[in-house]
Design a protein around this ligand. Sequence first.
Ligand code: SF4
Ligand code: SF4
Length: 429
Amino acid sequence: MDVRAQVSMVFHLDKCIGCHTCSIACKNLWTDRRGAEYMWWNNVETKPGTGYPTLYEDQEKYRGGWEAGAGRPRLKLGGRLAELARIFHNPRLPALDDYYEPWTYRYDQLIGAPPSDDQPVATPVSLVTGEDMKIEAGPNWDDDLGGSSIYAAADPNVEALTDSERGQLLAFERLVFFYLPRICNHCLNPGCLAACPAGAIYKRGEDGIVLVSQHKCRGWRMCISGCPYKKTYFNWANGKAEKCILCYPRQETQQVPACMHSCVGRIRYLGVLLYDAERLAATAALPDAELVEAQRALILDPFDPEIAAAAREAGMPEAILEAARRSPVFQFVKRFRLALPHHPEFRTLPMLFYVPPLLPVMATVSDGHYEVTPELLSSLDASRLPLRYLAAMFTAGEVAPIVEVYRKLVAARLYQRATTVGDVPRESA
Ligand code: SF4
Ligand code: SF4
């Protein structure tokens, strides 16, 4: 056993209100610079929706579609670097249009505009996503639109649904959406690191934070192709790759990352996980159906005396072991089995986990009773947001682990209603 420590995260999606405070805190601190205008190391997407960069979850598109470029302008990369990128055949990149073109508000126009029925709106970037389909795209142009919108229809996870589920998701009267805040997952098996020909990307031994050496980076942008979450970015002003650094300078001075510190919904949890590095390669190679369970199995129990002894033997400081025991991430992921990785089938073993939203649950308060439709747990397409959609996002398409999570979330909700509001009979909780 090779026990290592990893700083990891849980985002509780039920609590996210989509205020984007986290994105602004991060932008003000790290990407408010020339060449980084289009970057959102932290972004918040509306799901179902197309995401940022647009359609990043569509692996077919990033393997092939972005290669052709479809005549769209690439990031502002010119001269020798562009030539080298062609030689080394790395054109599988999103173009600037896939992110968005930053703009500056012309306040004189906004303030001086004649009165009208509409709010002032900026013109979104156009994006062609298929032969006949054209949608407007930006970092979150689909904000709050959700189901029934053209963005929801283009969401790659919708492809996993049956015809009836798709119809239900996109039906206007069942309009449904939730927010998905995203940062770099600081993966155990980072695709960005594996892809870098310059050896510029490394994973810190002490906490597993994945960083880009600005000194070694040669601007190949293989890390952008290699990260399935598209969480590395290319700074067109200095020709270097950049990414979320999990605010390590703040963590080293006993402060939490800025996105977590500023989070209005208090949805973000940070903690240390212990894992067995010897099992990494075997875990990443497993079939889809086994991935969620195998990733949980990779995480070690810090309360187990044998594991603690192995960690001490490997030279792990007592303070790290203690932090692992106090970790809310361990409780959410391993003990309660409530938090799941985003797209485990990408096989980078992401260390950011999500508690899915309770949105699928249809609930009514009638005659003083709080009811959760029983169909939820017996029929996959009776819920407001099809569970298969959530399975496509969080469990590599496996429905059983998603149902397990929802059973627990519903039980917790009923229990809370029974013990606080009192409108649910205790026996049903
Ligand atoms: Fe690298 Fe992407 Fe994983 Fe972050 S999310 S560690 S950028 S592969
Ligand atoms: Fe969601 Fe928190 Fe970000 Fe607001 S600050 S969008 S609640 S993650």
